[in-house]
Write a protein that binds this ligand. Sequence first.
Ligand SMILES: NC(=O)c1ccc[n+]([C@@H]2O[C@H](COP(=O)([O-])OP(=O)(O)OC[C@H]3O[C@@H](n4cnc5c(N)ncnc54)[C@H](O)[C@@H]3O)[C@@H](O)[C@H]2O)c1
Length: 437
Amino acid sequence: MKQPVEIAPAQGRLGVLLVGMGAVSTTFIAGTLLVRKGLAPPTGSLAEMGTVRLGKRSEGRSPLIKDFVPLTALGDLVFGVWDIFEENGYEAAKTAGVLDESMLEQIRPELEAIRPMPAVFDQRYVKRLMGTNIKTGANKLELAERVRADIRDFKEAHHLDRLVMIWCGSTEIFMTPSDVHGSITRFEEAMASNSDEISSSMVYAYAALKEGIPYANAAPNLSADIPALDRLALDNGSPVAGKDLKTGQTLIKTIVAPGLKARLLGVSGWYSTNILGNRDGEVLDDPESFKTKEESKKSVLDYIFQPDLYPTLYSDLCHVVRINYYPPRGDNKEGWDNIDLVGWLGYPMQLKINFLCRDSILAAPIVLDLVLFLDLAKRAGMSGVQEWLSFYFKSPVHAPGLYPEHDLFIQLMKLKNTLRFMRGEELITHLGLEYYD
Ligand SMILES: NC(=O)c1ccc[n+]([C@@H]2O[C@H](COP(=O)([O-])OP(=O)(O)OC[C@H]3O[C@@H](n4cnc5c(N)ncnc54)[C@H](O)[C@@H]3O)[C@@H](O)[C@H]2O)c1
């Protein structure tokens, strides 16, 4: 047994601050309320349902993760939100149209009590949206100060011990890191001068990190993944994770692709298309927001297939991703994948996948796990990029100079080994020679 990491106990209440109260946020909040009343199971949540094997296979030790590491109890979560719309949690969940009304009725008073704080919003970054519940301020630094004041007021009003912030807002336009993102000083100067290089999500991320609370980005846009905010996260002891939740089609892609590669099957083409009719789909109908999503969705295969190491199998891969806004489907996304495979002696084969999924049903347990694990990381004294949470993201944030790990199974091993490491347990390598000594 190695020395365990010191982890502060999960005492008291944990505030969950969500930016954006749309389909993902309301499905997560409503689901957590239902689970804690015992009205539904937390299906899809590794933190709540997963186990972790400890020691040798012959030892029979596989506790639940939530019994192995000290996670905050669901009953101690308190929800706070910002949104540009004034609807309360119940109305917003009805607008999102993900959960049945009969389910929502069972938690109606709790949902109605969740009222969005005025948002930091600029249509420059999300072209297809406009609302009225918006903060005003002389510049972006002042807006960040208002968000910080919201955070402190929320903490005091609800007698909270700790907080976590997750960006569940709309996908912002495609941006790349620039000079003003290079250091905290330049970033703050840019905020004070209202630079276009500072998006709304960056204002929230900055506010969270200044308050020393963990921050995750559920969307693909550039947010805390810039050098200035990396530095701030390390200086203030904030764990950070992102970005873009790995749910429908990309989840399946990162399950199937490692299997094909493991068998050295070539792939000459991978055509992915989706129809989606929720508000997210409407926002992504704008080319600038779609570009952000497309970049995030396309990168996974390059890293999994490693065409530089396997040029014969993957260097000519034609990878196409399309998202079409189709209102009749609402949140029920349909994804089609056509994969053109190449086998022994170059013989072609095809694989077709038709996934009729529910976007926010897949996303909600991920948000729950991120809340619980980021809070754990904070109590364990971890700060900056949490690569072990890559498991949850399409575009995992990573240290400069490293390539991101996209293979779902490697990501899961990394996550569980991190938990073992925290508790001073042996890491599992799957070598297994000891069983045959
Ligand atoms: N559902 C999924 O499976 C999934 C997967 C990966 C990523 N995402 C991303 O998660 C995000 C949320 O998805 P969703 O389906 O809930 O979308 P949604 O459109 O239903 O909700 C987004 C909410 O964010 C609000 N918002 C936008 N900008 C804001 C701002 N500056 N401040 C406060 N609120 C703001 C909007 O008003 C809206 O209510 C999107 O960016 C989406 O791309 C979702």
